[in-house]
Design a protein around this ligand. Structure first.
Ligand code: C5P
Ligand code: MG
Length: 171
């Protein structure tokens, strides 16, 4: 009889989503990168809709609640704060439970400006913040085809999926 394994790999997936209103005179920050333009995102923190979606995907994969639970927008400490701090904290919590991030995939839905020229900078910034290879961080962009609040330029959304891996002890 062969010996029973003492542990086996545990792969988990988390889903994140966020929306922010657009407002004149606010910075447009995506994945920690400031995109120049007239409009930016409203919010308590720096309103980085992409960082928020990825943060929720990490927390979701590890079943650790959501971003508002860890960083309530009623807390003055998070006013105007760099959302990469939320991202890194979510990663730390997942790592404390024995998980590492395998990859991040994401989509930002924003009518304009065009974001594709910022893709590599955003990927590099997120990968740097998470200590991942850039190949493990995907960022995609879509318009909403002029339909609905995003399409009318009133808001922006972001979606993210994160895979984490750990080991589970065999019972
Ligand atoms: O939404 P749609 O399919 O028309 O987007 C076409 C391409 O335009 C996408 O593949 C994306 O790379 C780019 N895009 C962009 N910035 C946006 C929206 C889309 O660069 N705000
Ligand atoms: Mg948000």
């Amino acid at each position: 009889m062969s010996a029973r394994p003492v542990s086996f790999p545990e792969i988990r997936t988390g889903l994140g989503w966020d929306v922010h209103r657009l407002a004149a005179g606010r910075p447009l920050i995506l994945g920690g990168i400031t995109v120049p333009g007239e409009f930016g995102f409203e919010g308590h923190s720096d309103a980085d809709v992409l960082a928020h979606a990825i943060t929720d995907a990490i927390l979701g994969a590890a079943a650790l609640g959501d971003i508002g639970m860890h960083f309530p927008d009623s807390d003055p400490r998070w006013k105007g704060c760099d959302s990469l701090l939320f991202l890194k904290h979510a990663q730390k919590l997942a790592e404390e439970r024995g998980f590492r991030i395998v990859n991040v995939d994401s989509t930002v839905i924003l009518e304009r400006p065009k974001l594709k020229d910022f893709r590599e900078a955003i990927r590099a910034k997120l990968a740097g913040a998470l200590g991942l290879e850039i190949e493990c961080v995907s960022v995609k962009f879509k318009t909403a085809e002029k339909v609905g609040p995003v399409g009318e330029g009133r808001s922006a959304e972001a979606q993210a999926v994160v895979t984490i891996a750990g080991e589970k002890a065999a019972r």
